[in-house]
Write a protein that binds this ligand. Structure first.
Ligand SMILES: [Zn+2]
Length: 55
């Protein structure tokens, strides 16, 4: 008999908020949900307002 493998948990890459599945890309808290932050090596940067968030 082969034991069923548990699926690896993938939600470390996703954030569930309000029932919506949000992708890895962050959105800018200043510009709103329509503006995504650019994914840099160790930080997120908003190209619009310059907002920066460390990873
Ligand atoms: Zn912004």
């Amino acid at each position: 008999m082969v034991a069923k493998k548990k699926r690896p948990q993938i939600h470390d890459k996703y954030v569930v908020s309000g029932g919506n599945l949000t992708r890895k890309n962050k959105t800018c808290p200043k510009c709103g949900a329509a503006v995504f932050l650019a994914n840099h090596k160790d930080r997120w940067i908003c190209g619009k307002c310059g907002y920066m968030e460390k990873k």
